[in-house]
Design a binder for this molecule. Sequence first.
Ligand code: I3P
Length: 128
Amino acid sequence: SSPDSDGGTPELEKAGLLNKTKIAEGGRKLRKNWSPSWVVLVGNSLVFFKDPKSQTPSSWKPGNSRPESSVDLRGAKLNWANDLSSKKNVFKLRTITGNEFLLQSDTDSLIREWYNTIKNVIDRLDRE
Ligand code: I3P
């Protein structure tokens, strides 16, 4: 059965530090503002926290820190987007509500892992 088939706590799939910028809100283009973000993939959601390095150690314990924002992956689209940035290793996540994010890491293996993991969740939700 799937990890959350009993309606219990969703399984944490992945967490780590990525560079992030939002580039659209409800289809409306935004000015880029790149910043490091602690990204957590849990259940059907991608959850963004402030960069833990910019906070005191006690303020970023999982139960303790409030997410900055969270993205529902159901119906989302994921695409490599190296044409949308001068940075390398960039992908774009577009939610069903027309919010668009770029996520980036200088580490090739790390960004590929994130891309594949998010893609798997989106594909699983598409099949439901
Ligand atoms: C933006 C900033 C971004 C850059 C963006 C610039 O300038 O340098 O880092 O995106 O390029 O407009 P500002 O700080 O003045 O807003 P990338 O790093 O992703 O290239 P863009 O306008 O070509 O997207």
